[in-house]
Design a protein around this ligand. Sequence first.
Ligand SMILES: NC(=O)c1ccc[n+]([C@@H]2O[C@H](COP(=O)([O-])OP(=O)(O)OC[C@H]3O[C@@H](n4cnc5c(N)ncnc54)[C@H](O)[C@@H]3O)[C@@H](O)[C@H]2O)c1
Length: 283
Amino acid sequence: MFVFKAAVVGAGTMGGEIAQTIANADIPVVLKDVDQQFVDQGLEKARSLWQNRVDQGKMEPAELERKHGLITGTTGYGDFGDVDFVIEAVPERMEIKQAVFSELDEVTAGHAVLSSNTSSLSITEMGEATSRPDKVVGFHFFFPASVMRLIEVIEGDDTSPETVRAAMSFAQSVRKVPIRCVEAPGFVVNRILNSSVSELWRFQEETGADVKEVDRIVSDSKAAPMGPFFLTDLLGLDVTVHVAEYLAEAYGDRFYVHKRMRELVAEGNLGAKTGRGFYEHGN
Ligand SMILES: NC(=O)c1ccc[n+]([C@@H]2O[C@H](COP(=O)([O-])OP(=O)(O)OC[C@H]3O[C@@H](n4cnc5c(N)ncnc54)[C@H](O)[C@@H]3O)[C@@H](O)[C@H]2O)c1
């Protein structure tokens, strides 16, 4: 299946960059959120990524405008009728995902593939909210979506082989490297990532080590590009806690849920997107 036009639902931490990645491959894309303020933030995020290239002399300003013009920001479903491939990137809660999938089923043409950027939830259950579970698939980008090359293509129980092929091929069209996986908790990458980061989180809470010091040592040692606490601030503490809880539930206490992270979420401090997490972030 050729994707002439795509759509992204949810213009948050992931959605804006996913739309930018698609438009950067010269594919028109609709970017929808519930509020114009979030749509504008997503469009601004996309612009800033291209602006960096302009500032480095790697892109002409006119090319920035042309690519940015391929993204249509909206709060409604009016532009979804001729979309071939949708990526849902709304908060990691099944009831929100199912409501969005049910709406997408109504507003898109029957051939359209409906995919989810979920980090952990069941693709099969999202498919159940539609009349086309065979066309529902996981399409999991990694943060930051404009940079990270991998996409996990996740098969639900009802996902058809054609849909998996369409997702693999669309991932390559947007210059990513797809891997196929089944619907196991954490899929592939989060299972690996969380098992190593769990040990750091556990160590920090058991010893009371300063989180900034832990981050400094990890990044100074070049074990990772940035420390685990700064990274989770950027990813969103709510998303991180959700994945950690899900993995601990699925695999037991070899996966750790950081208690202070949970408290920060309960306080509404979700990291960079709310301005405060383990660190203060200027917005
Ligand atoms: N943050 C990450 O690092 C990361 C990485 C990979 C995958 N994911 C997954 O991507 C999804 C989105 O995560 P995020 O971090 O971008 O979340 P986020 O909270 O930053 O953004 C979610 C956006 O969805 C919007 N939204 C809520 N309900 C909506 C609706 N009904 N219709 C349209 N928009 C709606 C919100 O207004 C918000 O702008 C989650 O499933 C998450 O697990 C996140």
